[in-house]
Design a protein around this ligand. Structure first.
Ligand SMILES: [Zn+2]
Length: 245
């Protein structure tokens, strides 16, 4: 029997019978996998503290016919504080649900795993505004999944979009269908049927930062309430356009 060791976070849990659990785990080297945790519901089980959503652990597994089986584990981070506030818990739950929906079985995606862990770290710490944190998470997720928004030039005519204090523009236009900024002319003419989101300069700067920043700098900024609203509108519509969720 071949044993492997992975690091992974539990996305979902399902009860099986009186004492077992099936877990959906997002791992570093195997991607999303289903893991059977025998006896995990029993008091005193060595799997009790890791076999639940949000728990990030080192796991020893062996592969059975249809799924992996948990044979040993060591908790790395439980993100315990998420459970102390219903809004925080819901936000974290939505992140897990999204990753569970868009990730593919047995396709390693360590970049996305690290994004999730960073976002949960700040959510658990409680020192980031929840709505902004969620928007940053979703926009970076799009980038990592191959849907980086085009923000430097108009997708219609190819003209660079120049953002400067002299341009005195109050808003810029983003086409959801094209996943790109469009110039005013293209926004009004042949892309008239596409869904257009207006972005002010702060929202544009925030999206540019999110697309370009490494994970250690990603969440380190603040924005106005207006920008928060625009980013939420942007990530809602783009997530629907990219993943249909
Ligand atoms: Zn154009």
């Amino acid at each position: 029997m071949k044993y492997i060791s992975v690091k992974g976070i539990v996305l979902r849990e399902y009860n099986v019978g009186e004492s077992d659990k099936l877990l959906t785990v997002f791992t570093d080297t195997c991607g999303k996998i289903t893991v059977s945790a025998k006896g995990a519901k029993r008091q005193g089980s060595r799997f009790l503290s890791v076999a639940q959503p949000f728990c990030y652990s080192e796991m020893q597994l062996y592969k059975g016919k249809n799924m992996y089986n948990l044979s040993g584990c060591s908790l790395i981070e439980s993100f315990y504080n998420l459970r102390n506030d219903i809004d925080v818990l819901l936000a974290g739950g939505n992140m897990l649900k999204t990753i569970s929906a868009i990730s593919q079985e047995e396709l390693p995606d360590e970049e996305t795993l690290n994004l999730l862990l960073h976002a949960l770290y700040y959510l658990n710490k409680g020192n980031r505004e929840i709505d902004l944190l969620l928007s940053v998470f979703y926009i970076k997720l799009m980038c990592f999944q191959g849907y980086s928004p085009i923000i430097d030039r108009c997708v219609g005519c190819g003209e660079p979009i120049v953002f400067s204090s002299q341009s005195k523009k109050e808003s810029y236009l983003f086409s959801v269908q094209e996943k790109s900024i469009v110039c005013e002319k293209c926004g009004k003419t042949f892309l008239a049927n596409s869904e257009i989101i207006p972005l002010n300069e702060g929202s544009y700067a925030a999206i540019k930062h999110i697309c370009g920043a490494s994970l250690d700098r990603l969440f380190n900024f603040g924005v106005s309430d207006e920008v928060k609203k625009q980013l939420k509108c942007f990530d809602d519509r783009m997530m629907k356009a990219c993943f249909n969720i």
